[in-house]
Structures are given as C-alpha cells and as structure tokens.
Design a protein around this ligand. Structure first.
Ligand code: ATR
Length: 277
C-alpha cells in the first residue's frame, strides 16, 4: 500500500499541491498517494479524525483552516506557535502535530537567491499570515529592524508587538526612513484576476529596495515584481516560495531525506509551466 498524504482546504479547485507533491515523489522514487481532501467547515474535526484513522501520514493545510486546525491537533511546533498558523500536519499515534513551513520555505528561497537578512532592515507589506511568517524569518535570521506597512494600522500594530517591529500605515510613509530595505510583499494586491492592482507605494520607496520577495504566485510576474526589477534589486517570486514550502513539508514527513538541487529545480520548472486552467 502506498503511504497516504494530502491537502485539506475549502474550496480546493486551484491547488497546485497534488501536482507538486506527486512530482517530488516521482523523482524521489517514493510510492505515495497525495490527494486533495475538500472538507466542509462544519466537518473539520470529524474529517481530520477520519483521515487519522485511515493513517494519512501527512497533510498540508490551506485556506480557510490554517488557524481553525489548531483545535484539531495534539501538539504544535514552536515556529507554528509563534506564527499562529499551521500549514502542515504530521501523523503520530496520539494525533496530528502541527507545523508551519511558510517560514522554512521563505528561508530556503532566500538562501537560493543569496539574500541574507542578517543586520538588514526589513520592510513587510501586509500584516496577515504570510507577513507573520516573514517577520518570524527576519527575527530568527538576526535582521537589524522590522517595519510593517499595512492598510489597517491596528493589524500592523498587533504583528509589530509580537516581533518587536515598527508599525506604519500608508498615511505615514515618510516615517519609513532607513536608506535600504529588504521587502516582503505579503498582501493579496496584484493577485489574479486583478493583476494590475498595486499598493500605494511611491517610486521613491521602491528605489530603496535592495531585494523584493513576492508571495503571490499567480501571476508569475506581478506588478510588484515588475516595479522592483526596474530598480535592479534582487527578486524572489511566489513560485519559489510555493515550491520550497512544499519541500519543507516533505522534509518534516521524511526527515531522513535530502532532496537534491537537481530535483528541486525540475519540480520548480514543471510547476512554473503548470497550466491553471
Ligand atoms: P494571508 O494570511 O495570506 O497573509 P490575509 O490575512 O487575508 O492573507 O492578509 C491579506 C493582507 O493583504 C492584509 O495585510 C491586508 O490588509 P488589511 O489588514 O488592511 O486588510 C492586505 N490587503 C488586502 N487587500 C488590500 C488592498 N486593497 N490594499 C492594501 N492592502 C490590502
């Protein structure tokens, strides 16, 4: 019997995870099945118990369950606790343990791009779950400062309190005053289908970006990436992070494995060519 894995969410129509994990398993020569389990909100705890009874060994967790799943797990990893969201579950006899691989995926992408956060000033656009992962990585990587810029100041302040950051909204752009920033774009602005939408970030601020990291992966080249690339700064696109957070899940499920760079590049290229239709 192949080992069973999958993703839970609702709805799950456009998830790339089954394709991505099947490709990783194929190249690693692993016999596993990876399925999309669309779970209705009112059935979450019941269905998680069922998947555990069926010995599903690992699950990815996506919208809208990254927080709700906290009520259905038997333990939580430190990083997931600090970020306040779980996107990966690992089977144990006592139940599922919750992890968050967004931070690890981000770290891998930064490493691949040769970007170090040590002693750097970091600017995070947005204050949702992805922003928390970016703040976590920045703080554990020894950055010099974290600034959070968000439409809703209250949310930026909440995040800032947890990660010793400074909070700003778009009315106080002039207070964002460091000469250079590594910038994480974590908002949904510019995501398909509204691909031309842009945050109200002035060109004068873009010119101080030394690197831009985008979390949106559809489209592959967002308006944010286009603007950052004009300044000559380094760029990480959302695909890189998507593929690396999947890789980080696999390393939690199979801690004994190393996935060679060649396989990672192949999966990345195949995902880049994946048709969303
Ligand atoms: P995720 O968990 O994926 O990070 P989220 O929690 O929904 O997603 O967060 C989305 C982020 O995009 C938020 O920071 C949101 O800003 P608000 O906190 O003000 O809602 C930001 N966002 C969404 N639409 C936006 C818009 N039109 N302009 C500016 N920011 C926007």
């Amino acid at each position: 019997m192949p080992e069973k894995y999958g993703i839970i969410g609702y709805p799950l129509m456009h998830s790339l995870s089954p394709f991505m994990h099947n490709r990783y398993a194929y190249y690693m020569g692993q016999k596993e099945s990876y399925e999309a389990f669309e779970i209705l909100p009112e059935r979450l705890s019941e269905d998680i118990k069922k998947l555990h009874d069926e010995s599903v060994l690992g699950l990815n967790v996506t919208i809208p369950y990254k927080q709700k799943i906290l009520n259905c797990i038997c333990d939580i990893d430190e990083c997931a606790k600090k970020i306040g969201a779980v996107n990966t579950l690992k089977y144990t006899d006592a139940g599922y343990v919750g992890y968050n691989t967004d931070a690890e995926g981000l770290k891998l992408s930064l490493m691949e791009a040769g970007i170090s956060l040590k002693d750097k000033d970091v600017l995070i656009l947005g204050a949702g779950g992805a922003a928390r992962a970016a703040a976590y990585v920045s703080s554990v990587s020894g950055c010099s400062s974290i600034s959070v810029l968000n439409r809703t100041l209250e949310k930026a302040i909440l995040l800032a309190e947890d990660f010793e950051a400074d909070a700003f909204d778009y009315s106080s752009l002039n207070k964002i005053s460091k000469p250079e920033y590594i910038v994480f774009q974590t908002t949904s602005v510019g995501m398909y289908p509204d691909v031309n939408a842009m945050l109200p970030v002035p060109e004068s601020l873009y010119s101080r970006f030394s690197a831009g990291i985008e979390v949106i992966y559809n489209p592959k080249e967002t308006a944010f990436i286009n603007s950052v690339s004009k300044t000559g700064a380094k760029i990480i696109n959302g695909f890189s992070m998507l593929v690396n957070q999947a890789l980080a899940s696999r390393l939690i499920w199979h801690p004994e494995q190393t996935i060679p760079g060649e396989i990672r590049r192949k999966v990345y290229n195949e995902c880049s060519d994946y048709s969303w239709s």
